[in-house]
Design a protein around this ligand. Structure first.
Ligand code: CS2
Length: 497
């Protein structure tokens, strides 16, 4: 029986006390660094770190990961104090299993030590950089893909001080790499962006093109030495909580301040374009392909689009978690229609995949009662998520002359959420990088559903022109928003035909 009180801290010293199946696959500290990861969040630890450890375990290679936290120090300190170890608990209705992962060969804190990150990017041993930095860190206009530097990135582009943003770190790291002639490198976006490889390439090219104080030849060096393979990443990994840590204490008898919990399902589809080599991820179950695009669309429009729908409708209806929200009467029927009538009709899925089956599987994953994924977590940053999750679906349907009824419901649910209060009148937090302009537009619009829709549809960096200027879509969104405002989520879903 594991002892929870006074449990010792996770670290090399306690590994041999753990059951064999809970120990790392690779011997921690023995795999030299070959990967730098930007973004030390829960998703990286439960996804790419797990795949990479399994790949090294199966196929070998110097592919230890140095994981970089852009801002927060707490995790860097926690993981450093644990000899770079952390645990992943896999949770399902049938029980849970906790395992320590040995993929990390180091951790760094970019904000306090940017030079160390730049030096790593210029290290010839590092040939792969993966990123999970969330949509907003790319600083790209979600509609046009244009780089929109905030003050910090503008300062990074101007140079003269160490970089503090993700594009700035990459820019200065690549400049140092070119200067050191350290060889080619692949930059791999693992964020839920459409064509994430192309987006990352666009971000890097624009940053390099606009930067001051970089050698004239850098543009050509980047063109010849840097690839940005696209990926589709998938695993539901809620933010860790004190309960996550407590569950590890109970399971393993150790304290792990970097513990993560995740669903059993995981998928990674990667375009195979790695000029400096890569871990044998295929040995860990990843799919290597020429074109991740169809997989990416499948996942963003079906899983993430439906996830956002559940998050907004659930938060409005006062449901704390995604699994609770799914229990709202009639919601599952409406989601099935969203999947079958809108999402599936909007694009061609990868060979051999039926969108409705994939969608049904996603609904099953959302219903996992052991995963406490908060609706408010998924609801965050809607302005950055909605384009690829819902608005592209609507645009493609309309271009094909089809209605986009259920997609319009998701947009209306987001707008209703942005208004800032739930059906029972309680306030809802609106966390979004564009919260300022969105709030200003809502305050300026007439306080009616039509006024709200028109005010937000005028924001071109959120709603693409082809959706905003479509009268049928506008009318549909106003109709849903009116219903949600007048009757609330439950009655609106009950009346949905
Ligand atoms: C979620 C995703 O928070 C969100 O927006 O939709 O993080 C989702 O859990 C992952 O993409 C699953 O792979």
């Amino acid at each position: 029986m594991a002892v929870t009180v006074g449990a010792s801290r996770l670290g090399m010293g306690v590994l041999r006390r753990l059951p064999v199946e809970a120990r790392p696959i690779v011997r921690p500290g023995t795999v030299p660094t070959g990967v730098v990861h930007l973004g030390l969040g829960a998703f990286h630890r439960a996804h790419q770190a797990v795949y990479t450890e399994a790949a090294v375990g199966a196929a070998g290679g110097d592919w230890g990961i140095v994981a970089v936290a852009p801002r927060s120090t707490a995790l860097v300190e926690a993981i450093a104090a644990q000899d770079n170890l952390f645990s992943v608990s896999t949770l399902s209705a049938d029980g849970s299993a906790t395992r320590v992962v040995g993929a990390l060969s180091g951790v760094r804190h970019a904000a306090s030590d940017p030079d160390a990150v730049v030096a790593l990017l210029a290290d010839p041993a590092v040939r792969v950089v993966t990123l999970t930095v969330t949509e907003k860190a790319y600083q790209l206009d979600p509609v046009t893909g244009r780089l929109c530097p905030d003050q910090q990135l503008a300062a990074d582009l101007a140079g003269g001080r160490p970089p503090s943003t993700v594009p700035g770190l990459l820019l200065r790291g690549l400049a140092a790499r070119a200067a050191a002639d350290a060889g080619p490198i692949a930059l791999v976006s693992c964020d839920n962006l459409p064509s994430n490889g192309r987006r990352l390439r666009g971000m890097v090219d624009q940053a390099v093109g606009q930067a001051l104080g970089v050698p004239a030849g850098l543009v050509d060096w980047v063109a010849g030495n840097v690839t940005c393979p696209g990926t589709m990443v998938d695993r539901i990994v809620p933010a860790s909580t004190p309960e996550t840590i407590e569950a590890v204490r109970r399971a393993l008898g150790v304290t792990d301040l970097a513990a993560v919990a995740a669903e059993p399902y995981m998928q990674w589809v990667i375009e195979d374009d790695f000029p400096g080599g890569r871990p044998g991820w295929e040995h860990a179950g990843a799919v290597l392909t020429d074109d991740a695009g169809p997989w990416e669309r499948l996942k963003l429009r079906t899983l993430n689009g439906v996830h956002s729908a559940v998050a907004y409708l659930g938060a409005l209806a006062g449901r704390e978690t995604i699994a609770d929200a799914l229990l709202i009467p009639h919601l599952t029927d409406v989601l099935r229609r969203l999947i079958a009538e809108d999402v599936a009709a909007s694009f061609t899925p990868p060979d051999g995949v039926r969108v409705v089956d994939y969608g049904e599987q996603a609904l099953g994953r959302f219903a996992n009662p052991a995963i406490h994924h908060r609706t408010l977590q998924v609801a965050m940053d809607g302005s950055q998520k909605l384009p690829q999750r819902v608005l592209h679906t609507i645009a493609d349907l309309r271009a094909a002359g089809r209605p986009a009824r259920w997609g319009a419901l998701v947009v209306a649910a987001w707008l209703r959420f942005a208004l800032g209060y739930a059906d029972d009148g309680r306030p809802l937090p609106f966390k979004d990088p564009l919260a300022g302009p969105i709030r200003a537009a809502l305050d300026a619009g007439t306080q009616s559903p039509a006024g709200t829709v028109d005010a937000i549809f005028a924001l071109r960096d959120v709603i693409p022109a082809e959706v905003a200027e479509d009268d049928e879509v506008r009318t549909e969104v106003i109709t849903w928003l009116t219903a949600l405002e007048r009757h609330g989520v439950e009655a609106t879903l009950a009346g949905a035909r």
